[in-house]
Design a protein around this ligand. Structure first.
Ligand SMILES: NC(=O)c1ccc[n+]([C@@H]2O[C@H](COP(=O)([O-])OP(=O)(O)OC[C@H]3O[C@@H](n4cnc5c(N)ncnc54)[C@H](O)[C@@H]3O)[C@@H](O)[C@H]2O)c1
Length: 267
């Protein structure tokens, strides 16, 4: 009997896993809107990890600047990553740049994209207008994500008809260096969308953390009161001499803080 049931159980569980995997969207083509500080960084890491990327901005001049910035950043990354293998480094840069194109026409490029990541100016109305427009031209399966730091993802999602295929992807600056990505799930974000965004974050070499659609998400929520307290202490005359000169203790304070935060979150 055991002989008969074991393959059946194995087959059933692998079928369940296959169905779950089939439900997720494997992102291959990414459209990044906004070629500034964050958008250029996001486009770089997505292209470097083998995705086909179109970077969109308002003018060719801006995009030229974004591409130049990406090339310089890739050289810095390569210098470290391929210190002993300059040929492999050159090949890595060439491959990455081959995966990346630019455009000034978002509507024209979203028709074949799997994921749109918005990283434009931090303005609710401008972002809503963009998402509303793209919603009409992007395919049914396309996921929309915003890199906003302070706006509510739910409000952005409400400007579209794809609230279930909408989430937050909050990267940190500088994107090629910072490992964390906050993946924001609204009450309308589907599990498939959420898992696809988590997988995409991992695929670009990041460590995603799951987060609700709350003001400041995780890191900025903690950072603001932390900075305010530092200002208050400075105003009261504490730490003045400590902060005035580069201190060898600073990395130790940072280490202790991160250890406490780790204990709070991870138990
Ligand atoms: N700077 C940071 O440290 C940081 C960190 C995390 C998240 N963010 C968020 O990322 C987003 C972008 O921030 P940034 O610092 O990269 O800004 P930025 O000013 O460097 O870049 C914004 C880019 O968007 C372009 N743009 C504006 N409107 C556009 C439109 N309608 N279509 C296409 N392109 C358009 C601009 O020309 C500009 O190049 C913001 O929502 C911000 O809150 C910023």
């Amino acid at each position: 009997m055991a002989f008969a049931t074991r393959p059946f159980v194995r087959a059933a569980s692998s079928t369940a896993a296959a169905t779950a995997a089939a439900k997720k969207l494997i992102v291959k083509h990414v459209t990044v809107i906004g070629g500034g500080l964050m958008g250029a960084g996001i486009a770089q890491v997505a292209a470097a990890s083998g995705h086909t990327v179109v970077l969109v901005d308002q003018s060719d001049e801006i995009l030229k600047k974004s591409t130049k910035g990406i090339e310089e950043s890739l050289k810095r990354v390569t210098k470290k990553k391929f210190a002993d293998k300059p040929e492999a480094g050159a090949e890595f840069i060439e491959k990455t740049l081959k995966n990346l194109t630019t455009s000034t026409d978002a509507v024209a490029v979203v028709h074949s994209t799997d994921l749109v990541i918005e990283a434009i100016v931090e303005n609710q109305e401008v972002k809503n207008d963009l998402f509303k427009r793209l919603d009409k031209f992007a395919p049914e399966h396309t996921i929309f994500a915003s890199n906003t730091s302070s706006l509510q993802i739910t409000q952005l999602a409400n400007s579209t008809t794809r609230q279930d295929r909408f989430g937050g992807l909050h990267f940190f600056n500088p994107v090629p260096m910072m490992k964390l990505v906050e993946v924001i799930k609204t009450p309308m974000t589907s599990q498939k969308t959420y898992e696809s965004l988590m997988d995409f974050s991992k695929a670009v070499g990041k460590s995603p953390v799951s987060c609700k659609d709350t003001p400041g998400f995780i890191v900025n929520r903690l950072l603001v009161p932390y900075m305010m307290e530092a200002v208050r202490l400075f105003e009261r005359g504490f730490w003045v001499s400590f902060l005035a000169t580069p201190s060898p203790e600073m990395p130790l304070i940072r280490q202790s803080l991160s250890l406490y935060l780790h204990r709070i979150f991870m138990g």
